[in-house]
Design a protein around this ligand. Structure first.
Ligand code: PEP
Ligand code: MG
Length: 324
């Protein structure tokens, strides 16, 4: 099966009726790069940088981080690399930060919320990223954005660090695309406003489903509510993509849903621009998209968002794509 798929390594991802999308990889450390290249990824859609901070006893230095970002950018050789600033908290703890216990860690002090309070940590990461920016096609993404105020504050901090580096004579890329994760329902609902100010969105379906369904993604007893194909989730995703395209911005998805065989036809139909997934899923997803008609999937998803239940959506997709 793998052998059959390897013929797609060098290919672009173009649907049967000629619509092109990008298939990119999710990575956690520079060690994942080999698999990215071997599976024909068209870039990196999510570099989860928190792994540089985990499994150690103190914060990584600016220099250490710079070396990691530079290594990834150079290896990708001009292909886009979306680096997400740290998403610590929730299920990912850092023992050396001594964070107080929380009753609802997934609703608590994590990601950008932590960065806006521990600005020292945040500024160090931003400086490392800005310095690495001249080594490739860097895009910076912020996790867990709930309000426009948060986005404006992080861009202000980024601008300040950029200016400091420039004043010190350090080379920084002139224009770096800035995006946000859409993984909190408030951000999805306000996507039209965000779209005027960001360069791109990446939909974090893992958290977007968790927060929309009010079902802890780590709790097995409520895992039946993790429903990527539910009309509720599809409606949100549709809203986000349409809002971005209205402002001429692109949209990716970097949660598990982006590499899911049943979700892919629906996401193609909704005009998702970039699908970011584990490297091992890329070739299979590419072979699937090559066989699908974007136009037909567009009609299919219009029906799906009008269905009442997830089961009905799954049946609809299976019927339309069986044998494809
Ligand atoms: C997501 O929430 O979908 C996502 C990609 O981020 P993470 O899984 O790291 O929370
Ligand atoms: Mg997330």
């Amino acid at each position: 099966r793998r052998l059959e798929l390897t013929k797609f390594i060098q290919e672009s991802t173009i649907s049967a009726d000629g619509h092109q999308v990008k298939l990119t990889s999710n990575i956690e450390t520079p060690n994942d790069l080999e698999s990215v290249i071997n599976n024909g990824a068209e870039g990196i859609g999510l570099f989860r940088t928190e792994f540089l901070y985990m499994g150690r006893s103190q914060l990584p230095s600016e220099e250490e981080q710079f070396e990691s970002y530079k290594a990834v950018l150079e290896a990708m050789n001009g292909k886009p690399v979306v680096v997400r600033t740290i998403d610590i908290g929730g299920d990912k703890e850092l023992p050396y930060l001594e964070m107080p216990m929380e009753l609802n860690p997934f609703l608590g002090f994590r990601a950008i919320r932590l960065c806006l309070e521990r600005k020292d940590i945040f500024r160090t990461q931003l400086r490392a990223l800005l310095r690495a920016s001249t080594y490739g096609n860097l895009k910076i993404m912020f996790p867990m954005i709930a309000t426009l105020d948060e986005f404006r504050e992080v861009t202000k901090i980024l601008q300040e660090e950029k200016q400091k580096l420039i004043d010190d004579g350090v080379a920084v890329r002139d224009h770096i695309e800035l995006g946000i994760m859409i993984e909190i329902p408030s951000a999805a609902l306000m996507a039209d406003q965000f779209a005027k100010e960001v360069d791109f969105f990446s939909i974090g379906s893992n958290d977007l489903i968790q927060y929309t369904m009010a079902a802890d993604r780590m709790n097995e007893r409520v895992s039946y509510l993790y429903q990527p194909y539910s009309p509720a989730i599809l409606r949100l995703v549709k809203m986000v993509i349409n809002a971005a395209h209205h402002e001429g911005k692109w949209v990716g998805m970097c949660g598990e849903m982006a590499g899911d065989e049943t979700a892919i036809p629906l996401l193609l139909g909704l005009s998702l621009d970039e699908f970011s997934m584990s490297s091992s899923s890329i070739l299979k997803a590419r072979s699937q998209i090559l066989r699908l008609s974007k136009k037909d999937m567009g009609k299919l998803v219009e029906k799906a968002v009008q269905m009442g239940t997830t089961k009905e959506v799954v049946e609809l997709v299976n019927e339309a794509t069986s044998g494809k």
